[in-house]
Design a binder for this molecule. Sequence first.
Ligand code: AMP
Length: 118
Amino acid sequence: MTYDPNNIFAKILRGEIPCNKVYEDDFALSFHDINPQAPIHVLVIPRGPYVSMTDFSAKASSEEITGFFRAVDKVITKLNLDKDGYRILANTGLHGGQEVPHLHFHIFAGKQLGRMLI
Ligand code: AMP
């Protein structure tokens, strides 16, 4: 899949569309999901133009990869999610149900989330 620079998360990264920001640094941006599926539902996205984990792993620098994963944990720490726990999910491609073609991690928390898949 080629990266579409007009996807909604690219527009958020460029500041063309607002978001409810949780955290940002040189490598990542985190914001609340517009349609939350749990009491806490945030997204973390790398700043670079990557569609998926495979794309990210193949093309991003080691610094970007490290920075992104550290940013995910900064969000977890900032929202104090480590104590009661959380779930991270990355929908990918057709079978994964990915709607936005920019790599993103969902972080769900705030209640017992039940079984892994419905
Ligand atoms: P996915 O199916 O993993 O691609 O999920 C995309 C997610 O992006 C969904 O949970 C949407 O609710 C969320 N989303 C779409 N547009 C926005 C937006 N403008 N701000 C925040 N979240 C959004």
